[in-house]
Design a protein around this ligand. Structure first.
Ligand code: SF4
Length: 470
């Protein structure tokens, strides 16, 4: 039993409030406040149907098709793959049958599930939120406990609005000191993962803290928490502050009037208490973080833009040496090559990591008055972001610079909608995974921030965006 008088972490406070029952084997039944659904949730609905079950609280679930819809059209009839078509069209059908709100294709609110939740005010501080997608950790930027779940767990949440979980440990990741000019949430999270490794946070929930984190906008914080899972974290969280409240205020599903005032009082009590202890602590110096670029096939294979491709012979053990050798062979890179000498074939700016308005503005600032020398796509995270960018004239900036301005969706992050690269194509991508084959068979993915991706698009190779006039 937790001691209510003991200083508690943000995670502990949220966890405690959501315990339905603790089981002697260490599992806890947690109440789930919000459940997000996407087109890949099709099979969870099928399972529900096969068992003759109904959704317990359809009013707490929200859906948006994102993974399987091509981003050159908004017509579902253009989906040629029959399996994809069934999933894209199935979400609205299942939603209507069960009474779930779905932001369908054609609705300006449609977009990537992890962009739509915060944008609509569905994601709020202090709640528990789940979704059948690994990058649900994104939502923790709003000061909530959010994590990805498997397909059978999706069915469990649909039927019971609760979920069995083992309580994770906590890790505080402090970014001390101000971030330098041109440093984004993407650079911070890549620097963290390069330091702790992809398994560094296994079994933990991260709380990102320190002046470097407070400095980030909500968009930057969403990017940071999005990739917590790539550092092994079960979830990533940031204590809500005035930036969080300003971001939420007025959003369609956010509390209003007296409910807002009441919520604000509760939200302000959420940050970790002074003296609260964490199972482990990690510290990075904010001013030391540079624009980061991945060179290998894991997000931990990241180095500053000023660095070189590492030599596997210097790796600390044989396993690491073999892994690095394999990764460089796949990536077609020679040890010692300067990162700025790596030429690219294509650019993808989008995904739930980096497709928000701030990301698009940052890429546009670099693209303005220049020309893309490789095929370059901009894929906004939602219809609303697309509209906002167009109202600011950013679509024109991109078109004049030879970039392709597309519709909202996951697109080349994973390519389940058919949008993939060619074998051996080298892509500067703002997404979150650079695994073997992630963007298509044989495709070589380098993870970067939106400004760095745009800089690569107009240079044809990786370039330190801090040296470009923007
Ligand atoms: S953008 Fe990529 S990581 Fe994010 S939800 Fe879509 S496929 Fe998953």
């Amino acid at each position: 039993m937790a001691d209510a008088a003991k200083p508690a972490t943000l995670f502990e406070k949220i966890w405690r409030r959501h315990v339905v029952v603790d089981r002697p084997d260490g599992y806890t039944l947690l109440y789930i406040d919000r459940h997000l659904i996407h087109d890949g949730s099709y099979f969870a609905f099928q399972r529900l149907k096969n068992r003759g079950l109904k959704m317990r609280r359809p009013d707490l679930s929200f859906g948006t098709p994102d993974h399987y819809m091509p981003t050159n059209t908004r017509n579902k009839e253009d989906v040629t793959n029959p399996d994809s078509k069934r999933m894209v069209t199935g979400l609205a059908i299942n939603g209507a049958e069960h009474g779930v709100t779905v932001f369908d294709i054609g609705d300006r609110r449609n977009g990537i599930v992890h962009v739509v939740g915060p944008e609509q005010g569905i994601t709020l501080p202090g709640i528990t939120l789940v979704c059948g997608d690994s990058h649900t950790s994104t939502h923790g930027a709003m000061g909530c406990l959010a994590f990805g779940i498997g397909s059978s767990e999706v069915t469990h949440v649909m039927a019971t609005q609760s979920l069995w979980q083992k309580k994770p440990k906590t890790m505080r990741i402090d970014i001390d000191g101000a971030l330098g000019f041109g440093i984004t949430g993407k650079d911070v999270i890549l620097a963290i993962i390069a330091k702790i490794g992809t398994a560094g946070g296994t079994g933990h929930v991260f709380e990102f803290a320190g002046s470097g984190i407070r400095q980030l906008s909500m968009e930057g914080r969403l990017t940071l928490c999005n990739m917590s899972i790539e550092g092994g974290g079960r979830a990533g969280m940031i204590a809500p502050d005035d930036k969080t409240f300003a971001y939420i205020a007025g959003k369609p599903y956010a509390p209003k009037g007296a409910a807002w005032d009441k919520a604000l009082v509760e939200w302000k009590a959420l940050p970790s208490d002074a003296g609260a202890s964490f199972d482990s602590d990690v510290r990075l110096s904010g001013p030391d973080i540079a624009p980061m670029v991945t060179f290998g096939t894991s997000p931990e294979d990241a180095v500053p833009i000023t660095d070189r491709v590492p030599d596997p012979s210097t790796a600390k053990d044989a396993t690491k040496r073999e892994g690095l050798t394999r990764a460089l062979a796949y990536m077609g890179l020679t040890p010692g090559t300067a990162i700025t000498d790596i030429k690219i074939d294509r650019v993808f700016i989008g995904s739930c990591t980096n497709s928000r308005i701030e990301d698009i503005r940052a890429a546009a600032a670099v693209a303005k008055g220049r020309k893309a020398v490789v095929p370059s796509w901009i894929v906004p995270g939602s219809g609303i972001i697309k509209e906002q960018a167009e109202a600011e004239g950013l679509d024109k900036v991109f078109k004049e610079a030879g970039f392709e301005w597309r519709e909202a969706g996951c697109s080349m992050c994973l390519g389940t909608n058919g949008e993939i690269g060619h074998p051996q194509e080298r892509i500067a991508s703002t997404s979150n995974r650079n695994f073997v084959g992630r963007q298509g068979k044989g495709v070589r993915t380098h993870l970067v921030s939106p400004a760095m991706a745009a800089a690569a698009a107009v240079s044809g190779h990786f370039t330190d965006v801090r040296r470009m006039k923007v």
